[in-house]
Design a protein around this ligand. Sequence first.
Ligand code: FES
Length: 256
Amino acid sequence: MNSEKLIIIENLNIYGNTYLLTIEQSESISKSSPGQFVMIFPSDRFEPLLARPMSIHRVDSQNKTFSILYHAIGQGTLLISKMKKGDYIKIIGPLGNPIPYNRKANNFLLIAGGIGIAPLVWFADELVTLKKNVVMLIGARDKNNLFPLKKLQQEIEIEVMTDDGSEGAKGFVTDKLKSYEDWADEICLCGPEVMFESANKIINSFASQIPAYALFEKEMACGLGICYGCAIKDNKSKSKLVCTKGPTFFLSEIYD
Ligand code: FES
């Protein structure tokens, strides 16, 4: 996998400490699919500062760009947040595997916790294009940390939960899960692992099993299956590399 330097089109703070980085599309990115990610290098000058794994948030084939939604919270992402239109940014990707959804399913429940919304927006775009029914349950700390809902396609049904009730209902996104038991054909999650665990317990209590899968986010040194830094354990205590086997795993593989 080659690294490439691509031109930044825009790098905007769109809410809270969350930025939307729009980058020119390369040939390899144009062939990517929802669920895949890229490794982004915060700077040439600060190497060997490690690259950061970031989900592809959206691909805009018309304008030949793609975007990354990220929290500027650590040294690397703060450096990325300072980059400007016209700067070059070094990336490797696309990496990882596309979301393994069933093309024949019709009703998709997408559950996003915090910055976990990043890859689900593009997945939702693809599902809407395929005329699937999409419900998104979006959880955020408060209204200031909520992804702008107007950026989602109007065909998507949205339910919002915030920890403090400042927008939508107060509580966790998983609180709403049970009400979709009879509707959802497939469930896709992205967010903190504690959310996956609690969703798994609820889904296991359903009368019939609904395929449920989650995109895992891990610190990654290489993104290429070399360093083993991104390993997670499945429910048989076997290691799985998020970068090469994931980032999406069925909850039934990982949890009991
Ligand atoms: Fe190095 Fe996955 S990040 S093996």
